[in-house]
Design a protein around this ligand. Structure first.
Ligand SMILES: Nc1nc2c(ncn2[C@@H]2O[C@H](COP(=O)(O)OP(=O)(O)OP(=O)(O)O)[C@@H](O)[C@H]2O)c(=O)[nH]1
Ligand SMILES: [Mg+2]
Length: 336
């Protein structure tokens, strides 16, 4: 991960006053009870929050932008607020269709500012207050809201979420939206897990001369392990995002001889893996590289990424290899 990428840490919560932005934050990150949430005061100006700082603190910062009209006017005069963006979560109240027009005008102005700033955040649109028990009545409001938002967001990378503080949807949808915003956190953890190091060592130790059938088998085993690690790490990541770090289940440390970097380059993003041979050890770097590549691809695929190209280099003194994979982001659109 480059410094440039690291600094894109900001998630904005945007919406009119009383849409439910602070409520969603409190329910998801603070797990506040309903009584507390029902008595939340309007946000004055905006509030900045760093949830679960131990895990995400160096990066994820949430700006909950109070939605009263005089604040909104100020934000729209402050382009710096709309910089270094990871994601914007737009929240609108499906119980107030009379406000849709105002919502559209605000969201459009925000998008315009963002694009003028050359920012390219992930967009999530929350159709909020779709409470259980009232959904039959709210159906047409929801449909109308979605129709209007499709026009606002058009071809941009957006996902719709339908939520209420009165059921589990806030947890489910926020997890998904956050995961979409920070997929590389999960990927880097998975790829750097100790299980991977053991696996590679075991294979590298037993390879000697691989027949093509054995190589094929190895490839499948490596991919499967990668998929498994990817899913496991995704679950763990979501759990930490919701509940905070679990001391019983610590985040795996990066093995010392493996280094992973997530980077932006001209055509998109890539991951670069360097593996150094341990002092006094022999290693078949080609086989190690091949296994590392397959496991990494497996992990990435279960996290929604595909690879589109690679580069593999072995150091001339055979002390390390460097593998770099070009990435394409393929997390699927999800619409209700
Ligand atoms: N029925 C219903 N009410 C909700 C829901 N979520 C929040 N509310 C209520 O909506 C009101 C406004 O919520 P806030 O979270 O303060 O809204 P906000 O978007 O932060 O408003 P500002 O801070 O003024 O921008 C509160 O009384 C909440 O209890 C929901 O899912 N359903
Ligand atoms: Mg608020």
């Amino acid at each position: 991960m480059t410094t440039e990428e690291r600094s894109r840490e900001k998630i904005l919560f945007v919406g009119l006053s009383k849409a439910g932005k602070t409520s969603i934050f409190e329910k998801f990150f603070l797990r506040s009870d309903l009584r507390t949430i029902e008595n939340i005061n309007p946000t004055l100006w905006y509030s900045i929050k760093k949830p679960n700082s131990e895990f995400t603190g160096s990066r994820m910062t949430i700006f909950d932008l109070g939605g009263q009209s005089h604040f909104r006017e100020q934000y729209l005069q402050s382009p710096a607020l709309f910089s270094k963006l990871r994601a914007i979560f737009f929240i609108l109240d499906v119980q107030e269709p009379d406000l849709y027009e105002e919502v559209i005008s605000y969201f459009k102005q925000v998008i315009q500012l963002v694009e003028e700033n050359n920012e390219d955040p992930i967009y999530s649109v929350f159709f909020h207050k779709y409470d259980p028990g009232t959904q039959e009545e709210l159906k047409s409001n929801l449909a109308e809201g979605m129709e209007l938002m499709r026009e606002v967001f058009q071809k941009r990378d957006y996902v719709f979420h339908v939520t209420s503080i009165y059921d589990e949807t806030v947890h489910r949808e926020m997890s998904f939206a956050l995961f979409r915003s920070f997929p590389e956190d999960a990927a880097v953890q998975a790829i750097s897990s100790l299980e991977l190091e053991e696996f590679i060592e075991r294979l590298a130790a037993s390879h000697e001369s691989l027949t093509s059938a054995e190589r094929e088998e190895l490839l499948i085993e490596a991919r499967n392990l990668g998929n498994y690690l990817g899913l496991k790490i995704r679950d763990r990541w979501l759990k930490i995002a919701i509940e905070g770090p679990d001391p019983q289940d610590p985040i795996p440390r990066l093995p010392e001889r493996l280094a992973f970097k997530w980077m932006d380059h001209e055509e998109g993003q890539k991951i670069e893996i360097t593996s150094v041979v341990e002092e006094g050890k022999e290693s078949d770097l080609e086989t190690e590289g091949f296994v590392t590549e397959e496991v990494t691809k497996g992990i990435l695929s279960s996290l929604g990424w595909t690879t589109t190209g690679k580069e593999f280099n072995v150091d001339k003194n055979r002390k390390f290899f460097k593998l770099s994979l070009d990435l394409d982001h393929e997390i699927k659109e999800k619409e209700e």
